[in-house]
Structures are given as C-alpha cells and as structure tokens.
Design a protein around this ligand. Structure first.
Ligand code: NAD
Length: 331
C-alpha cells in the first residue's frame, strides 16, 4: 500500500525500511505532524493509508479530510489511541489499527530509571563529579527496600513494573478496574485508589488516558497522598493536572516528580527546540524544580521496541490490504 507516515524521525524510517522486506509497502516519510493543515501531504503522496504517532491529531476534522481523499486506514504506530476520534472514524468507514504491545519492559524499566534518578539525585551527582565536586551534601536518598509502591494500572507495563519493584524488596499495592491475576500471584495487594494514595511512598501511573482517568492526579487526590510522596508518570500527561502538581511540589506534599509525559507535550516533545524560547510557562516552571526529572516521551525508545513497532504496524497494514480482519483493530 502507499502509506504517508506522519511525524517521522530518522529512526522510524530505518526501522520501517528494515521491516518492509516481506510487505513491500510504499512509504512517504513526512516530518510534519498530522493536523487539519497537513492532511494535504497525504494527498500529495497519493497515500491509501496514513501512519501516525502519539501527538498526531486524528480528530473529526482530519478524519473527514482523509475520507475525502479516499483513505480508509489509520495505522497508529503506538499503543495509546486517545488522540483518535474513534466514533468519527467509524462513521466515515475508516479502520484504525494500533500496536497494542511492543515492549512493556522498555516503559517499565524507564519508570524505574526515573525512580533511581530522583531518589539518589543521579542527575546532580553526575554533574558534580564532572565539576570535580565530590561532596555528598544534598544527595541523600532512601532505601527502596521495604517502601510501599502504588501502581495505578496493572496491564502489561504495570505488571512488568511490579516484577521489577518486587526485586527491590518493595511492598506492592495496586489499583486497576480489572485486577491482574499474575500481579496477585506476585504478591501485589489490590486496594481502592484512596488507600493506594494514602499508603504509597512511590506512586507510578500505568493506566491509559480515558475520561475516567483524566486528571486522576489533582488538587484533591494530592492532598490524600503521603507528604513527600514520589510520583512517576510514564503513561500520559493529562493523567495529572500539571498546575495542581506544581502546587503540590511547592507545598512539599509531592517530594519528587519523575515524568516522561506532559499534558501539552505535542508543542514540545520530539523536537530540538534548544535554539528557541519556550513559550509554555507551566512547563518551564515545572522543570525549574530541583526535585523534578522530565524526559521527553522516551520510555518506549529501545531498539527492541522500535523493531516490534515496525513489524506490527507493517503487518497491520498488510492484513488490511488483503481485506482480512486485523486483530489489532481499535473498535
Ligand atoms: P494495558 O492496556 O496493558 O494496561 C492498562 C491497564 O490500565 C489495564 O489493566 C486496565 O484495566 C487499566 N485501567 C483502565 N482504566 C483504568 C482506571 N480507570 N484506573 C486504573 N486502571 C485502569 O496498557 P499498557 O501497555 O500497560 O500501557 C499502559 C499505558 O502506558 C498506555 O495506555 C499508554 O498511555 C502508556 N504508554 C506510554 C509509553 C511511553 O513511551 N511513555 C509507551 C507505551 C505506553
């Protein structure tokens, strides 16, 4: 199929070309994000399908324009689909496919990386030693062993995260609308969300962004957490009300924040903006705190994950092209 691949980076192109052998798809790699004003690029590419990522806009307006171009497939090269208007896609006869799992280890391991970085202040330690400053003042951490870790969402990533944290000797609590037997077998105790917030020293978010989880971390829930709690978000930015989190950090209620995602990340992440003035004051304030570590949606970014994303995306497109039902269709 002729596929317009939006939001492409050089590493996407490499992994897609490597995986394309058995499929023979014809890609047009586009740097632009898919938005109402860039849909025309799919037309110029004579595309029959579009391939999109986390921050592409697949709203009704875009879908209507795609439908007019005769495009019948939106292939997400990610797991989350909160950026797609599924009802509009259905009405317009556009099939949406995704990559439900590519490496839960990648994201879980990154969450653990954020915990260690914050707890032991590794970002400060690294710079200090390079500066010949070998003092330990300000680097005091705590043992993870014996601490209580609360996991919100125990699907594929939450389960991997639980396995790793069990290895550290942590007590594991979880909340999920569908408890996971493998986690129960591991020793995870399922509790209500208020209990999880009240008891956890570290809270890690691994649930999807849905209307029910939008601003799950807000003024009120932050007040119910342990003072000085460590909050980790490798899921979606809008799970947290950023302004409430900033207030929580300023009051000391949140002792540490490690996040790989940000509510307004589509205007920032995946681009080199180092030569520009960032206009997002909230983001600038958030990253100014010494107990905050932000990474730019890189938790998924491992060699294994990129290979799996390319394999599954290309198979999804091939399955659609053959007119066969795709197990990874989002309904
Ligand atoms: P998954 O579908 O396997 O697991 C999600 C879990 O969340 C499920 O067990 C589900 O029951 C649970 N859940 C649903 N609604 C909930 C609610 N209201 N409260 C608590 N739990 C709820 O998904 P996954 O592969 O584990 O991915 C989890 C999330 O991680 C994705 O939705 C995505 O937002 C994020 N993600 C981030 C990156 C990254 O690079 N930062 C990469 C991949 C995925």
């Amino acid at each position: 199929m002729k596929v317009a691949v939006f939001s492409t980076k050089p590493y996407d192109q490499v992994s897609f070309e490597q995986a394309n052998g058995p499929h023979g798809h014809d890609f047009t790699f586009l740097e632009a994000r898919l938005t109402p004003s860039t849909v025309s690029l799919a037309h110029e590419a004579e595309a029959e399908a579009v391939c999109v990522f986390i921050n592409d806009e697949v709203n009704r307006k875009v879908l209507e324009k795609l439908a007019k171009l005769g495009i019948r497939l939106v292939a997400l090269r990610c797991a989350g689909f909160n950026n797609v208007d599924l009802a509009a896609a259905k009405e317009l006869g556009i099939t949406v496919v995704r990559v439900p799992a590519y490496s839960p280890y990648a994201v879980a391991e990154h969450a653990v990386g954020l915990i260690l970085m914050l707890n032991r202040r590794l970002y400060r330690a690294y710079n200090r030693v390079r500066d010949d400053n070998f003092a330990l003042n300000g680097l005091l951490g705590f043992d993870l062993h014996g601490k209580t870790v609360g996991i919100v969402g125990t699907g594929k990533i939450g389960q991997c995260f639980a396995q790793i944290m069990k290895g550290f000797g942590c007590r594991l609590l979880a909340y999920d609308v569908y408890p996971n037997q493998a986690c129960i077998d591991l020793g995870v105790s399922y509790v209500d969300l208020p209990d999880l917030f009240a008891q956890s020293d570290v809270i890690s978010l691994h649930c999807p962004l849905l209307p029910a989880t939008y601003h799950l971390i807000n003024d009120e829930t932050i007040q119910h957490m342990k003072p000085g709690v460590m909050l980790i978000n490798t899921s979606r930015g809008a799970l947290m009300d950023t302004k409430a989190v900033i207030e929580g950090i300023k009051s000391g209620q949140i002792g540490y924040l490690g996040t790989d995602v940000y509510e307004e990340e589509e205007d920032l992440f995946f681009e080199d903006l180092s030569g520009t003035i960032i206009q997002d004051d909230t983001f600038q304030l958030l990253q100014s705190f010494s107990n905050v570590v932000i990474t730019a949606h890189q938790a998924f970014f491992t060699q294994e994950a990129l290979g799996n994303i390319a394999d599954t995306t290309l198979s999804n497109i091939s399955t659609f092209a053959k007119g066969e039902p795709c197990p990874n269709e989002v309904k």
